[in-house]
Design a protein around this ligand. Structure first.
Ligand SMILES: Cc1cc2nc3c(=O)[nH]c(=O)nc-3n(C[C@H](O)[C@H](O)[C@H](O)COP(=O)(O)O)c2cc1C
Length: 161
């Protein structure tokens, strides 16, 4: 997708790390990606299993997408943090991040628990999370997901977070 920046302008590097078991979070992640791509072409869109410390080092900001499972963020996102947490702390990767959650209730557990880990790393929450619990997901959920991606990428681009 074309973005609004000219080729000469620096483009923010955005990492999207998501996990999805049955496709709901993935469908939101695809809208987040669309939003990000309106602001930058420097984006890595990665299933949590494939995301590494190098991706965290590369980016200027991260968007996490997770289902809420058993009242927590998903095990695969936890696996990503377990593989990167100590190095990210040591390297002071205090990057801005935001979050979207799909769930069937409030999503509070996932949000609360992911905050504990990101706070431990020193990452900065840039925007309020998008929580989508409708079944099926609604057009407004996808609109919010796209807006989250665009707003986050734009903010990272002008370094307001
Ligand atoms: C094993 C399991 C546990 C779940 N636990 C919760 C939960 O604690 N709270 C909640 O709101 N939804 C829960 N759900 C529903 C999922 O969060 C919801 O369907 C989510 O959107 C699935 O996302 P996905 O399709 O990307 O995997 C659970 C689903 C599964 C499969």
């Amino acid at each position: 997708m074309e973005n609004s920046k000219s080729e000469n302008q620096p483009q923010p590097k955005i990492l999207i790390v998501y996990h999805s078991q049955s496709g709901r979070t993935l469908s939101m992640a695809e809208y987040v990606l669309k939003g990000v791509q309106t602001e930058t072409s420097e984006v890595r869109f990665l299933h949590a299993h494939n995301a590494t410390l190098d991706d965290l080092i590369w980016c200027d900001g991260v968007i996490f997408g997770t289902p809420e499972n058993f009242g927590m963020f998903s095990g695969m996102i936890k696996d990503f943090f377990e593989r990167t947490y100590h190095k990210a702390r040591e390297m002071e990767l205090h990057k801005p991040y935001c979050l979207f959650v799909t769930c069937r209730s409030s999503g509070e557990g996932a949000e609360r628990d992911i905050s504990k880990v990101t706070t431990g790393i020193g990452m900065k929450r840039a925007l309020a999370p998008v929580i989508a619990n409708a079944n099926p997901l609604e057009t407004t959920d996808f609109e919010k997901a796209q807006e989250l991606g665009a707003t986050f990428a734009a903010g990272v681009g002008i370094q307001i977070f």
